[in-house]
Design a binder for this molecule. Structure first.
Ligand code: ADP
Ligand code: MG
Length: 717
C-alpha cells in the first residue's frame, strides 16, 4: 500500500511517546506555581505600597471608583513585576463582538532622547487608557472606518497577567473597549454594567430583610467547558476542521458512543499528560481549575474551574479556551471548541453556573435545609423564575450561533425551548406558595447502599436533570444551553439584567408593605400563578415536552436567524436601557454583528463543502471508478464475466455528487445578507452533498480516500 498523508499520520501516532512535554507536579507543586503570572491581590499586596494597595483593594472588593492618582504607582509596580519576569511588551486585552480575545502589543521600551539606548517606560496614563487602531472589528454600524476611534479602558477588577512564550513574555491588561462616542464595542463592558445593576437591586432586597451590614454583592460564574482533542496530524488532513472547526463530511464510524464507555472513562495517557500541562498553565495564571474528565463522545473532555466573580470568571474563561488550544498544540493535538465537530456524536457545550452573593450574607441562592422558611432565598429564587419566564426568548438569543444551532435540541443538549428545572424539593415549596403558603420542605433522606462495610450516604432532596436548559443545582442555577465556543459574557449579561429587573419589581412591591412576610407570600404567589409554567422537571429531550411546551405557550426559537431579532425587540431594548446595560443602538449593532457572523460561518462551510467535494471527493471517486471499470474491461478481454454492481453504484453517486454540488452552488450564490437564506437554503443544500459523499466514503477504496475518517480522528491518539 502506498504511503499517504493519512497512513503517515497513523504511523506517527502509533510511534508517539504519550508523555512527551509533560509537566511533573511531583517536582513542582501546584502551590508553587498558582498565580505566579497573575497581578492579583496577593501580588499587589507584595509590590504596592500599603496605601496604594488599600485604595485599589477598595475598588476591586467594594466597587469604589478608581482613584486615578494611584495609577502611576500601580503602573510602575506592575511594570517592574512584569519585567522582572521577563516581560518586554504589554497589551490592553479586549473582548470584541467576535467572541474571541483581541490584543495589540506595545513594547515597554522607548528610544532615549539621543536615540542611543532603549529606556523602559510605562505610566499610569498608558495603564488606564489605550487607543488601538481597531477599525476592523465588527461594530454593527456604530463606527464608520473614517470615525473609527476606539478606546480601551483598564478593568481594575480583573487581574492583569503574563503570557509566556519560549522567546519572551507579555503583560496582558484586561480592558473594556468603547467607541469614541462611548458605545460598548465589546463583551466586557455590559458584563460590568449588568453586575452593577444586579448589585443595586439585590441590595434593596437585602435591606428589606433588615441586614445591618451588606457588602458588595457580585454575580458569580462557574463555567464548565467541553472540548475535543484530535491528533493534529490527522486534523491537518481535514480542511473543514481547520477552517470551520467541524467536519462537513464524514461517514459514521463502525463504533461510536453507543457503549457509553467514554463518559468518565479512564483518561488516555497522552490526553492526561496534556491535561496536566493545561492545569499547570492555568494555575500560573491564577485560574482555579478544579475538575477534568472524559465526556460522552470519543475524544471529548471537560474542564471546569472553581467559580469566580462573573467578570473575572468570564475573562478567565476566555483564557481557558486559548490555553486549551495552545497547550494541546504543544502535545500534537488539535483542540476543537466547536459545538458540533462530528455528526452523530454528542456536541460540546458550556454549562454556566450562576449565583449571586457577598461576604456578609453569602450565597443568596443557598436554600438551607428548610427553604420554605427561608423567605430571603425564596425571593431571590422567585425573581429568577419570573425573569426566565419573561425573558426566555432573550436567553435563547444570547446563546444563538451557527455552531450552537447544530447542538441545541439534538437530543444531547437542552432543547431550544427555555424552561427551568427546580427539583423536587423546591418545586414542592413553590407549589405550596402558589396554593396559599409554604409550610414544609421535603427533607433529604439517607441512602443505604446495602453493603455492610459502606456507610449510609446523605441523599439530596432532589435528583438531577441533565435535560433542562436552566437548572437549579442546589445553590446556583446552571445555564446549559451555552455553546462550547461562545464567550460566556452574553449569557451573564442577560442573567444579571433580567434578574435585576425582577428584583426591582419585587422590591417595589415589598417596600413600604406593613407586613413583609404577607407581602412576600403575595408577590411570590402572583409570580407562580403568572410564571409557574416555565418550571418543568421532566425530560426536556422528549417529544412530549415539545408538545406540552407549545400548549403552555413557551417560545421555541429553533435557529439563530429565528432568535437574533429578539435582541432588538421592544421588551428587550426597554430592559437593557432601563438598567443602563446596553442602549438601543448597541443592541442593534450586536444583532447586526451576530447576524453577519452567522452568515459568514455558513458561507465558509458552504465553500468547504463545494471545494472538498470537487477537489477531494470527486477525484477519489472517479479514480476508483476507473479502476473498477478497467478491471472489468480486462476481465472481459480474457473471457471472464465482470460484475459491475459496485461500479454502477459509484457512478450513480458520482453523478449525484455533481448534481448536489451544482444545486448548492446555486443557492449559495443567491444567499444574501438575510441569515434566513443561509439557514433555510444553504445549510440543507450542504447536507444533501454530504449525504452523497458519506455514501461514497463507504464504497471507495480506503487507500484512495483523501480524508482522515471519523474512525481515525476519534479513536487514534
Ligand atoms: P457538574 O458537572 O456536577 O455540574 P462541575 O464540578 O463540573 O459540576 O462544575 C460545577 C461548576 O459550578 C464549578 O465551576 C463550580 O465552581 C461552580 N459552582 C459551584 N457553586 C457555585 C455557585 N454558588 N455559584 C456559581 N458557580 C458555582
Ligand atoms: Mg460537569
Amino acid at each position: 500500500m502506498k504511503t499517504t498523508n493519512r497512513t503517515a499520520a497513523v504511523s506517527n501516532i502509533a510511534n508517539r511517546c504519550a508523555t512527551e512535554n509533560s509537566v511533573n507536579f511531583s517536582d513542582e507543586s501546584p502551590e508553587s506555581v498558582f498565580g505566579i503570572n497573575s497581578f492579583n491581590l496577593a501580588t499587589m499586596k507584595e509590590v504596592l505600597s500599603p496605601e496604594t494597595f488599600e485604595s485599589i483593594k477598595k475598588t476591586i472588593l467594594e466597587g469604589m471608583k478608581l482613584d486615578e492618582s494611584i495609577a502611576d504607582d500601580v503602573a510602575e509596580a506592575m511594570k517592574n513585576w512584569a519585567m522582572e519576569r521577563g516581560a518586554t511588551h504589554f497589551t490592553h486585552v479586549f473582548y470584541p463582538l467576535t467572541g474571541f480575545t483581541a490584543e495589540k502589543h506595545d513594547s515597554f521600551y522607548d528610544p532615549s532622547p539621543d536615540g542611543t539606548e532603549a529606556i523602559s517606560n510605562f505610566k499610569g496614563k498608558t495603564l488606564i487608557q489605550g487607543e488601538p487602531d481597531a477599525s476592523s472589528f465588527p461594530n454593527g454600524g456604530i463606527r464608520a472606518t473614517h470615525t473609527a476611534r476606539g478606546y480601551t479602558a483598564w478593568d481594575v477588577t480583573s487581574p492583569a497577567y503574563l503570557v509566556e512564550n519560549p522567546n519572551g513574555t507579555t503583560l496582558n491588561i484586561p480592558t473594556s473597549f468603547v467607541s469614541w462616542t462611548g458605545e460598548a464595542l465589546d463583551k466586557k463592558t455590559p458584563v460590568l454594567k449588568s453586575m452593577q445593576a444586579l448589585e443595586k437591586q439585590s441590595r434593596r432586597i437585602l435591606e428589606l430583610f433588615g441586614h445591618e451590614k451588606i457588602t458588595k454583592i457580585t454575580a458569580s460564574a462557574g463555567p464548565e467547558q467541553e472540548y475535543f482533542l484530535i491528533d493534529k496530524e490527522l486534523a491537518f488532513g481535514r480542511p473543514d476542521l481547520l477552517a470551520a472547526g467541524r467536519t462537513v463530511f464524514g461517514a459514521s464510524p463502525p463504533k461510536g458512543q453507543e457503549f457509553d464507555d467514554h463518559y468518565f472513562g479512564v483518561i488516555p495517557e497522552r490526553v492526561m499528560s496534556c491535561m496536566y500541562d493545561i492545569d499547570r498553565e492555568l494555575y500560573k495564571l491564577g485560574i482555579p481549575t478544579k475538575t477534568r474528565h472524559n465526556e460522552v463522545a470519543p475524544g471529548q473532555y471537560e474542564i471546569a474551574p472553581v467559580y469566580e466573580s462573573a467578570n473575572v470568571g468570564s475573562d478567565h474563561q476566555q483564557l481557558v479556551m486559548t490555553t486549551l488550544k495552545k497547550v494541546a498544540d504543544k502535545h500534537g493535538l488539535l483542540c476543537l471548541l466547536h459545538e458540533k465537530p462530528f455528526a452523530g456524536l454528542n456536541g460540546s457545550g458550556k454549562h454556566v453556573n450562576w449565583s449571586l452573593g457577598n461576604s456578609t450574607q453569602k450565597n443568596l441562592l443557598e436554600p438551607g435545609d428548610t427553604p420554605h422558611e427561608n423567605a430571603q432565598f425564596l425571593v431571590f429564587a422567585g425573581a429568577v423564575i419570573r425573569a426566565v419566564s419573561i425573558y426566555a426568548p432573550l436567553l435563547r438569543a444570547v446563546v444563538a450561533s451557527a455552531g450552537n444551532d447544530h447542538r441545541l435540541g439534538a437530543n444531547e443538549a437542552p432543547p431550544a425551548i427555555i424552561s427551568i428545572f427546580l427539583g423536587e424539593q423546591l418545586s414542592d415549596v413553590f407549589d405550596q406558595i402558589k396554593g396559599g403558603g409554604a409550610t414544609n420542605s421535603k427533607q433529604r433522606g439517607v441512602l443505604n447502599i446495602g453493603v455492610d462495610t459502606l456507610p449510609d450516604l446523605p441523599k439530596d432532596a432532589g435528583d438531577r436533570n441533565r435535560t433542562s436548559p436552566f437548572a437549579f443545582t442546589g445553590n446556583r442555577f446552571e445555564f446549559r444551553a451555552v455553546g462550547s465556543n461562545q464567550s460566556i459574557s452574553g449569557p451573564l449579561v442577560a442573567m444579571n439584567t433580567i434578574v435585576a429587573e425582577s428584583l426591582d419589581f419585587i422590591a417595589s412591591q415589598l417596600e413600604g408593605a406593613p407586613d413583609l412576610n404577607a407581602a412576600i407570600q403575595k408577590v411570590l404567589q402572583e409570580i407562580m400563578v403568572k410564571h409557574g409554567d416555565i418550571i418543568f422537571n421532566g425530560d426536556g429531550y422528549s417529544s412530549e415536552w415539545h408538545e406540552e411546551a407549545e400548549k403552555r405557550g413557551l417560545p421555541c426559537l429553533k435557529t439563530t436567524p429565528d432568535a437574533l431579532p429578539v435582541l432588538t425587540s421592544e421588551p428587550v431594548v426597554e430592559l437593557f436601557e432601563k438598567y443602563d446595560v446596553l442602549s438601543q443602538q448597541e443592541l442593534h449593532s450586536r444583532r447586526e454583528v451576530y447576524a453577519e457572523q452567522y452568515c459568514a460561518h455558513v458561507n465558509v462551510e458552504a465553500n468547504l463543502v463545494t471545494e472538498m467535494a470537487k477537489t477531494m471527493i470527486y477525484p477519489a471517486s472517479v479514480r476508483y471508478l476507473s479502476e473498477l471499470v478497467s478491471t472489468a474491461a480486462k476481465m472481459k478481454e480474457i473471457g471472464l464475466a465482470a460484475d459491475l454492481t459496485v461500479a454502477s453504484s459509484v457512478a450513480g453517486l458520482v453523478s449525484d455528487l455533481e448534481d448536489t454540488v451544482v444545486a448548492l452552488e446555486k443557492v449559495h450564490a443567491a444567499a444574501g445578507e438575510d441569515p434566513q437564506d443561509w439557514a433555510k437554503n444553504v445549510l440543507p443544500a450542504m447536507l444533501k452533498v454530504r449525504a452523497v459523499a458519506d455514501k461514497l466514503e463507504g464504497l471507495v477504496a480506503d487507500d484512495l480516500w483523501p480524508l482522515p475518517t471519523y474512525q481515525e480522528l476519534l479513536f487514534l491518539r
